[in-house]
Each structure stands twice: as structure tokens, then as C-alpha cells.
Design a protein around this ligand. Structure first.
Ligand code: GLU
Length: 516
């Protein structure tokens, strides 16, 4: 069409271009990541381009922080877009609100060709119409009151409003089936005479998506299955405007345990920000999302593998294999994957992933000293097999970064102490650091302060010496050292804390019991 602005250069035509087009209406939805992952996998596999477009024409639902959250969460997941509002690109602007001028010529053309018409019906009139249709048990839809009328003719009738909208005139013989990359032949219900230009001059989604996808050279439109019913309208617009049609892939909607569409109201994990807050690793979440929409990798020997990298997914990706049944979001599976990825990380890498989480929780300050970082690596080795999410590490790591005199003793740990706790602590203190006679002085009875030596000394004193079962012998020590019933392994923890802190913590609890 001659009056349309930038149309992709023909040299680009062969290169696949996919886009994610989120609306900044609140916390980004997990579906945005899910769809972006498929977009990016296919774009990378084909040497194509992944575009991020912000669909912000719904000003009533616009949310200021949302756009930045979309950037942050997608970048956190490593789903890096090649073109977008923040990085620019040959088809800028990538924010719909900055493209308003581009839609007008398309609307004019549709009006001139009789494919669209003005509608002056007031909101009240439309509501009344719908009510009557419902009462008469008729299908609801615009009754074409304004079709074929001039402004003057319409003004003479009731239910008139000054500023019109523009509606598309859906023909009776509209094609209702189309080919979907994931689903094959798809049939959609007959559409209404859809509004394409609102009274405020903003295009509706239906017009904007077609115009933008065309102008941005999008070859594959990947979106949620809730858009299937809109696709016949979009195909009409492509045909009327003489634009090449993209291919469509309608992805199954993620569902919760009750098989209902995931909603941000019911499921916290519908919010993409939730995963980061809760300490999930981006690679685990990607793997999980891939498994929701895609079968496990089939190995040459016929076995299935559920753990795979995004690169492996990209290499094997095939639209025909995408599930068409709404996958159930199973948090246990995600937890299993997350724990797996955590255990696979090199200790230093895990420590650096834990650092921001610990800082956020106030366990470590904004600029930890070198010693604190070195200690973090030691402690990380102890927590690695004991956590499912990064956040799980917080209570386990916290005791290593608190002054001995500030260590909180949890109520349940205190409640667990038996009558012999004081005796056990005395014996432990004697084993680790017997009093040497000088005031406050203690002998160096465990000169080599290693977990093995500490354990040997304590076993000798408590298990052999006092005849206690290990669990009963070491419980009070754990409470003294970590302040909790669940902690990192006792002797290794004592080694990391060092002799001074260990003895100090044992002594403090012992003293407290004295005064209790
Ligand atoms: N803005 C739409 C959404 O957020 C995009 C749908 C599409 O991809 O066409 O769902």
C-alpha cells in the first residue's frame, strides 16, 4: 500500500522475525517469559531476530513500573531481545503509544474501501442493545445500526454520540479457519464488527497488532491461545490491506493445579517477579517453562531427559512438537529442577548468586569485606545440598554473619533443650577449651581447629564420656552455635566460625541456662 510508511526491506524478508508484545499493565505475567522463550528459541535456531514491542495503547490499564519490570525479568532470564524500545532497531519506535500516526492511513484506506465504517452509538445504547439481545437469547454483537448511515442520518436517531469509533465490517463469508503452526487447522467463532479505532484516536489491539507486525516485518506471530478467536479478524485486515500474512502459533495457556487459567490474583507464580524474589535460578525456570510446553529430550538410546539447557532446546526446537493441551504449572517440578541446578553450580558461582539474596535480606551489608566473602564461599559449600531455592539459604547462612552476643536462639530450638543441656555444654566446653586456671583463660585442647578434630573431641567427651546418643549430645551444641534446630552440619560450621566464636556461643547458652 503506497501511503504506508516503513515496510521491511525485501532483503530482510527471508529472515525470520518474532516478537513478544506485552502490555505494561502490572507485574509481568509468567506467560510473557514462556512465550518469549519459544520466540527466542526459534529466532536463534533460524538465525533470525527477536523483537520486544511494548503494547501500551490501553492507557486506562497502563502501569508505570511495568515496562521496566518487563525488561528486568526477561533480561534476568537471559531472554535477550535484539530490537526494542530500550535498545532501538531499524523499525523504531517499539512502543505503540509512539506509533499513533502510523495507524491512521490504514484506517483511512479501510474506510475508503468500504471495509470499515464509523459508529456513533453511545455507550448507553450499546449496553441497552446487549441487554436486549441477552434477554431475547440472541447472540450478542454489534447490530450495525450505523452501517451505511451518514453522520446527519445517524444524528437523527437515538443513542448518538459526537465522536465516532471505527468498526471493521466483517463479511458474512469471513474465513473462520486458519493454519496454526502448533495446532494445524483451527476454526474460530464468527467475529463481531470489531472496533479498530477508538473515540480517543487510539487504535485497538486488533488494528495495532496487524499494522505493527507488518511494519516490523514479523514473520511468526506467537501468542497465547486466547487470541485464536481474534485471528480471523486479523487475517481479514491483512487481506483487505494487501499485506503478506505471518504464520501463527497459538501457545496453550498455562494452568494452575485446578486446571484454571493462571491468574495473578490466585497464583503468586503468575507474576514473573515472584520467581526471582523466591530465589529460583533463571536457568531452572527456563527449563521448567520449556517442559511445560514441550516434551523432554529424547536420547538416542530412547530414554527421556528432562534437564536441558536453553541451547539444547533451541537446537531441537520444532513447532510441531509443542503441546496443545494447557500444561499444569507444577511447583514441585520447578523445585526439583531448581534444587538440581543449584547442586550443579560451582561453589563460587553459587556464592555469587546467593550474595544479592543475602544482601536483600540484610544478612550481609551492601559492601561486604573480603573476609565475609571468603567465609560465604565456605558456608555455601555447606548449604549447597540443603537448599531448593536461594532463599532457603538465608536462615542457614545468617548465623555466620551475626555477632556471638547477638545470635538469636529460636523458640523451638530452646524448647527442645533437655535437662542435661547445661551438663552437655559444660562437657563440650571442657573438651574444646578447658579452663587453664588464669581468669577467663582456656587451654588449647584442639590445636588443629578442623571439623574432624572437633568432632573427635566432642564424640569422645559426650558420646563416649557421657554415654549420650549423638543426637542428644549434639542438639544443644547446634542450638548454641546456630540458634536453630536446622542448621548447616555442626562440626563444619564450628570450623568456619572459628574456635573463639564457637566457644563463646557455647558459653553464652550455658550461662543463659544457669540463670534460667
Ligand atoms: N499485548 C498483547 C498481550 O499482552 C499481545 C498479544 C499478541 O501477542 O498478539 O497479550
Amino acid at each position: 500500500m503506497s501511503q504506508t510508511p516503513s515496510t521491511p526491506a525485501s532483503g530482510e524478508a527471508r529472515r525470520v522475525r518474532l516478537r513478544i508484545a506485552p502490555s505494561p499493565t502490572g507485574d509481568p505475567h509468567v506467560g510473557t517469559a514462556y512465550m518469549s522463550m519459544f520466540d527466542l528459541a526459534y529466532a536463534r535456531q533460524q538465525g533470525g531476530v527477536f523483537v520486544l514491542r511494548i503494547e501500551d495503547t490501553d492507557r486506562a490499564r497502563y502501569h508505570e513500573d511495568s515496562e521496566q519490570q518487563i525488561y528486568d525479568t526477561l533480561a534476568w532470564l537471559g531472554l535477550q531481545w535484539d530490537e526494542g524500545p530500550d535498545v532501538g532497531g531499524p523499525y523504531a519506535p517499539y512502543r505503540q503509544s509512539e506509533r499513533l500516526d502510523s495507524y491512521r492511513p490504514y484506517v483511512e484506506r479501510l474506510l475508503a474501501d468500504g471495509h470499515a465504517y464509523h459508529c456513533w452509538c453511545s455507550g448507553e445504547r450499546l449496553a441497552q442493545m446487549r441487554e436486549e439481545q441477552q434477554r431475547a437469547k440472541q447472540p450478542t454483537g454489534y447490530d450495525r445500526r450505523c452501517l451505511g448511515l451518514s453522520r446527519q442520518e445517524r444524528e437523527a436517531l437515538p443513542g448518538f454520540t459526537e465522536v465516532p469509533v471505527v468498526r471493521m465490517r466483517v463479511p458474512d463469508d469471513v474465513e473462520l479457519t486458519f493454519t496454526d503452526l502448533v495446532r494445524g487447522q483451527v476454526s474460530a467463532p464468527r467475529p463481531d464488527d470489531q472496533v479498530i479505532l477508538k473515540a480517543d484516536g487510539f487504535p485497538t489491539y486488533h488494528l495495532a497488532v496487524v499494522v505493527d507486525d507488518h511494519e516490523m516485518g514479523i514473520t511468526h506471530v506467537v501468542r497465547g491461545e486466547e487470541w485464536i478467536s481474534s485471528t480471523p479478524k486479523h487475517l481479514l485486515l491483512y487481506r483487505w490491506l494487501g499485506l503478506p500474512e505471518p504464520q501463527f502459533a497459538h501457545m496453550p495457556l498455562l494452568r494452575d493445579e485446578k486446571k484454571a487459567k493462571i491468574s495473578k490474583r490466585r497464583s503468586p507464580w503468575a507474576r514473573l517477579t515472584w520467581f526471582r524474589e523466591e530465589g529460583y535460578l533463571p536457568e531452572a525456570l527456563l527449563n521448567f517453562l520449556a517442559l511445560l510446553g514441550y516434551p523432554p529430550i529424547l536420547e538416542d538410546d530412547g530414554t527421556e531427559r528432562e534437564v536441558f539447557t536453553f541451547e539444547e532446546f533451541t537446537q531441537r526446537f520444532d513447532w510441531a512438537k509443542v503441546n496443545t493441551v494447557g500444561p499444569i504449572f507444577n511447583l514441585d517440578k520447578l523445585n526439583w529442577l531448581n534444587g538440581h541446578y543449584i547442586r550443579e553450580l560451582e561453589v563460587g558461582e553459587l556464592a555469587s548468586r546467593l550474595l544479592p539474596v543475602l544482601q536483600e535480606e540484610g544478612v550481609l551489608g551492601p559492601q561486604p569485606a573480603l573476609g565475609a566473602l571468603a567465609r560465604l564461599k565456605e558456608v555455601t559449600a555447606l548449604v549447597q545440598t540443603r537448599i531448593v531455592t536461594l532463599k532457603d539459604a538465608v536462615p542457614l547462612v545468617a548465623p555466620f554473619y551475626v555477632a556471638d552476643e547477638d545470635l538469636p536462639i529460636a523458640d523451638d530450638a530452646r524448647a527442645q533443650l533437655k535437662d542435661d543441656a547445661a551438663q552437655v555444654l559444660d562437657a563440650a566446653l571442657h573438651a574444646l577449651a578447658p579452663i587453664d586456671g588464669s581468669i577467663g583463660g582456656r587451654l588449647d585442647s584442639v590445636p588443629e581447629w578442623t571439623a574432624a578434630r572437633i568432632e573427635a573431641a566432642l564424640r569422645e567427651a559426650l558420646v563416649e564420656g557421657m554415654g549420650l546418643k549423638p543426637r542428644l549430645a549434639f542438639g544443644p551444641l547446634r542450638t548454641a552455635v546456630a540458634g536453630q534446630r536446622i542448621s548447616t552440619p555442626l562440626f563444619e560450621s564450628m570450623e568456619i566460625l572459628g574456635k573463639h566464636s564457637t566457644v563463646e556461643r557455647l558459653r553464652r547458652l550455658r550461662e543463659e541456662l544457669e540463670h534460667a
